[in-house]
Design a protein around this ligand. Structure first.
Ligand code: ARG
Length: 253
């Protein structure tokens, strides 16, 4: 009996070591591999979207310059946004690129580069909606993308949410009248609200929040190296020029 308990204990210990063992790639790992694997949810224009099956957007252009400085290739791996976050927490990928907002809760489970852009959450409603601002959402239901700061932010304010894995479905919930509003990041809202949708973006913002690239814990030296590139690209105006190239106004964090 004692022996069985001892064996069981050893097994539990071994398993928990494996569970905690996932560690982010180091700078040396990435250089040795000759590539950086980047998890992304390309349903988020102008930051990342699909064009002829290729991931394109502002963050793709920034990432290319970062990879050039590292001297490695990029391998994009596509998935839903909540899988991007889970995948980077468990060190399944080297980097996460998805218009990711830096939050204290996320910082407990992953590393972030320096922020490179100051974004905001906005409220999108039907043009004839009675919802004119944040305060009108109290007894309403809003659609959000699963795992986003739109979801956690609305929940924190006691607003009922319907969460969708894909951003387009969160928008469709509003156009089809399933919800009263859609909360989403500002530039993505501007890109996804098209003329003829009958949707408008309210002036009052829900929040302001910085974007950065995320990494698994253990990637400290890789993040430090990437920060050198990113800081340079922000300070010498390259990042702003990329926003301009995509027709967007830049907000430095
Ligand atoms: N900025 C928000 C967040 O970090 C939303 C990001 C959604 N990104 C995406 N690629 N769909 O939670």
């Amino acid at each position: 009996m004692k022996k069985i308990i001892a064996i069981a204990l050893v097994l539990v210990l071994a398993l928990s070591l494996v569970a905690c063992g996932a560690k982010g790639a180091t700078l040396a790992d990435v250089k040795a591999a000759g590539k950086i694997t980047v998890a992304t949810s390309p349903d988020f224009p102008p930051f990342e979207s699909l064009e002829n099956n290729e991931v394109v957007g502002i963050e793709v252009e920034i990432m290319k310059l970062i990879a050039k400085d590292l001297g490695v290739e990029i391998e994009f791996v596509q998935m839903d946004f909540d899988s991007v976050l889970m995948g980077i927490e468990s060190a399944k990928y080297d980097c996460a690129m998805s218009g990711i907002t830096v939050t204290p809760a996320r910082e407990k489970n992953m590393l972030f580069t320096n922020p490179y852009y100051n974004a905001a959450q906005v409220i999108v409603v039907k043009a004839d909606s009675a919802v004119k601002g944040k305060a009108d959402l109290k007894d309403k239901t809003v659609s959000v993308q699963t795992g986003t700061t739109a979801e956690s932010g609305c929940q924190d304010e006691g607003i009922a949410v319907q969460a969708f894995a894909a951003n387009a479905d969160a928008k469709a919930a509003l156009t089809t009248g399933k919800v009263d509003a859609w909360v989403v990041d500002n530039l993505t809202a501007m890109q996804m609200v098209e003329e003829g949708d009958g949707l408008t973006i309210l002036e009052e913002k829900m929040t302001e929040e910085p974007y950065a690239f995320a990494f698994a814990k253990g990637s400290e030296d890789l993040v430090a190296e990437i920060n050198k590139s990113l800081t340079k690209l922000v300070n010498d105006g390259t990042v702003e020029a990329i926003f301009t190239q995509f027709g967007e106004a830049y907000a430095k964090p």
